[in-house]
Design a protein around this ligand. Structure first.
Ligand SMILES: [Zn+2]
Length: 238
């Protein structure tokens, strides 16, 4: 068959509509998966803000507990100093003195520890702030992406229902015999195209060389012809 044949043109139109429908159905099938992937990404981003916040909060808690430890050490030191004022014996005074000195060295250790924690708090606060800033933007983007996907889904559904009508119109316009052949090819060939032009002596559907009979049938006799390799309907472009 030649591509200029008016009956064959109708088949080519049906073919292009069928292919568009298949592509849209594939896309539609994919949309929920893409939506759930996007949702997963949003969760991961939010989780990483939480982690940065948790790190910061745990350091603040550590600082608070050091603060109260220091307060209690300080009180103990004061108590021992007051006792020192009341004792008479030198040994007792010395014993208190050594207790005070060990409390003081403990106090100084805790103070060092607190300084380290305070530095870490500064870093963690900054990290959490940056994470929140950056991630919030990313989450906004991902939310938009998700919204776009949902919109695309209903768009495809609308386009598909129009296309279905067009396909029906195409089918009712085509003669019975070529339509029967076309439907059979669609069933047998696993993936589109179902109709393919010949290029030189090659079927562009399967990329294999067809016999002279096939070329002659399509080109000279101008009949509805199938590739003798893959079964697709082949034609000559004019
Ligand atoms: Zn072929």
């Amino acid at each position: 068959m030649l591509s200029t044949d008016s009956e064959f043109k109708k088949l080519l139109l049906l073919h292009s509509r069928d292919r568009r429908e298949k592509k849209m159905l594939d896309e539609l099938k994919n949309v929920p998966l893409e939506i759930s992937r996007t949702e997963e990404k949003i969760l991961i981003e939010k989780k990483s803000i939480e982690m940065a916040m948790d790190e910061w909060k745990s350091l603040e808690a550590k600082n608070n507990s050091l603060e109260s430890e220091l307060l209690s050490i300080h009180e103990q030191i004061n108590r021992q100093k007051n006792k020192q004022l009341e004792v008479k014996k030198n040994e007792e005074y010395q014993a208190l003195e050594s207790e005070i000195s060990s409390l003081k060295s403990k106090e100084s250790e805790k103070e060092d520890e607190q300084i380290e924690v305070l530095v870490k708090i500064d870093d963690a606060r900054e990290t959490a702030r940056i994470a929140e800033d950056k991630i919030s933007q990313r989450v906004v983007q991902l939310d938009l992406q998700k919204k776009g996907l949902i919109e695309r889904e209903s768009e495809i559904k609308g386009e598909l229902s129009t296309l279905k009508e067009e396909i029906e119109a195409s089918r009712s316009d085509i003669e019975q015999e070529p339509l029967r052949v076309y439907d059979r090819v669609k069933k047998v060939v696993s993936r589109p195209p179902y109709v393919a032009p010949l290029s030189d002596q090659t079927c562009t559907g399967c990329n294999l060389r067809v016999s002279n009979d096939v070329v002659s049938s399509a080109l000279v006799e101008q009949k509805l012809t199938q590739c003798d390799q893959c079964g697709r309907i082949v034609y000559v472009e004019r």
